[in-house]
Design a protein around this ligand. Structure first.
Ligand SMILES: *[C@@H]1O[C@H](CO)[C@@H](O)[C@H](O)[C@H]1NC(C)=O
Ligand SMILES: *[C@@H]1O[C@H](CO)[C@@H](O)[C@H](O)[C@H]1NC(C)=O
Ligand SMILES: *[C@@H]1O[C@H](CO)[C@@H](O)[C@H](O)[C@H]1NC(C)=O
Ligand SMILES: *[C@@H]1O[C@H](CO)[C@@H](O)[C@H](O)[C@H]1NC(C)=O
Ligand SMILES: *[C@@H]1O[C@H](CO)[C@@H](O)[C@H](O)[C@H]1NC(C)=O
Length: 376
């Protein structure tokens, strides 16, 4: 083939002493020798150094990034030391009029504010594109020019733009069941992280507790401002934190009215409440039902420890005990108070009486002495 090709090029200045066919033949021999020399040189040169002299290398030729986030094409380029890079440019492959063309990003208005060349005129050709949009997906190329040559990347970066899709599995659980969070995308992403109602979630699978109910979303680590749509986890549980509120603070007197109100955290909400009272002995009485226990007119027998039992279809739980003490009427207490008052007054006055009595006794002895003197 080489012979055939070169033997068609017949441009040796004719030497009158050599016949025409011989001239052609000599030209071919010379040419083939030259080509063999080049071939040998090429083969003997280490393969790496050929491409290392002039090359563009993309660290990740197939990046995947989330819509709205930013992406960095890490890139390096190489050329022989004797050259000096003068001009660089990134291009996007665009299909125009049935043909693939490379359009410089600087000529595409939508990239103007969003792309930033992070590289330099040495060997770094990294590019960042921010606020990614769906149509940013595609092929990207890099080109640099030295004083003598222009070099464009044979390979390209192919960018995929995806959207995050958060899933919680299952969406409705009972406390104690295992939940798995999945952050999906149409291509493999770097590390993703989870948030629940704005707070970081440490593990994407866990045993659900009542407080795990809420709205979850995922994001790519380092780009937390770009979030998936939220998904809701519903955790169902039997009543927790059952508590009783007493409408009347302090001592209760016979005949007064008091309401005990039961509240609890439950999902689904508690649908039945039962009230129990235990007295000193071990007996426990059921004394009512409904969220509010109304005691419109209490008497001494209402004293005791009260418990509210809250129930939904998953189970029941009890409040702690609440002590209710009923005392006698106000009048009885008044008598009691007056009694105490009298005693206090008496105790205060007693020393006065004693002092008074002592003074009187001393005066009477003085009188007797003077009387005796007069007699003398
Ligand atoms: C780029 O930003 C400037 C100022 O922030 C704005 O005036 C211009 O319209 C923007 N261009 C594009 C293509 O978004
Ligand atoms: C129960 O009470 C505790 C302590 O006050 C609280 O941390 C927890 O969130 C409550 N549980 C529910 C389900 O409200
Ligand atoms: C009852 O509630 C307490 C907290 O209020 C909780 O620790 C306990 O596990 C609950 N018991 C049942 C049987 O649900
Ligand atoms: C108790 O509840 C009833 C009805 O809900 C109400 O009429 C009454 O005033 C309440 N009593 C007290 C002491 O809160
Ligand atoms: C709640 O109290 C009632 C009455 O004392 C008792 O029968 C029941 O077992 C208790 N339930 C729990 C979960 O402690």
């Amino acid at each position: 083939m080489i012979h055939a090709a070169c033997c068609h090029l017949k441009t040796i200045k004719s030497d009158p002493r050599i016949s025409k066919p011989l001239q052609n033949w000599m030209f071919c021999v010379l040419h083939v020798k030259k080509m063999i020399a080049v071939l040998v040189l090429f083969i003997m040169k280490p393969a790496g150094s050929v491409s290392a002299d002039w090359s563009v290398t993309f660290e990740n030729p197939n990046p995947c990034a989330v819509k709205g986030s930013s992406v960095e094409f890490r890139c390096s380029y190489n050329y022989p030391d004797r050259e000096i890079a003068r001009k660089i440019a990134w291009y996007k492959g665009q299909f125009i009029d049935g043909d693939w063309k490379r359009i410089a990003l600087s000529d595409i208005p939508s990239y103007q504010n969003r792309s930033e060349y992070l590289g330099d005129l040495q060997h770094n050709c990294s590019l960042e594109i921010q606020d990614l949009q769906d149509d940013d997906a595609g092929y990207y190329y890099f080109r640099f020019d030295t004083d003598k040559y222009g070099r464009r990347s044979k390979e390209s970066v192919y960018l995929t733009v995806t959207e995050l899709k958060a899933r919680v599995n299952p969406k409705r659980v009972r406390a104690g069941d295992t939940v798995t969070l999945e952050c999906g995308a149409s291509c493999p992403l770097s590390t993703t992280v989870w948030f629940k109602d704005g707070h970081p979630v440490s593990k994407p699978n866990f045993t659900a507790q009542a407080e795990d109910a809420g709205n979850y979303f995922c994001a790519v680590e380092g780009q937390e401002s770009v979030q998936s749509d939220p998904v809701t986890l519903d955790v169902q549980y039997s009543p927790l934190n059952v508590s009783v509120e007493v409408s009347h603070a302090g001592l209760l007197t016979v005949g007064s009215s008091v309401n005990l109100t039961c509240s609890s955290a439950a999902n689904p909400a508690a649908d039945s409440y039962t009230w129990y009272r235990s007295t000193g002995s071990s007996s426990v009485l059921q004394v009512g039902s409904g969220q509010v226990l109304c005691l419109p007119s209490v008497d001494l027998s209402h004293s005791g420890l009260y418990i509210c039992q809250s129930r939904n279809r998953l189970g029941e739980n009890n409040s702690t005990q609440v002590l209710l003490t009923v005392t006698e009427t106000d009048i009885y207490r008044l008598i009691l108070l007056v009694g105490i008052g009298v005693k206090v007054v008496f105790l205060l006055l007693l020393p006065l009486f004693i002092i008074q009595a002592w003074r009187r006794w001393r005066n009477s002895t003085a009188d007797t002495e003077s009387h005796d003197y007069e007699n003398v």
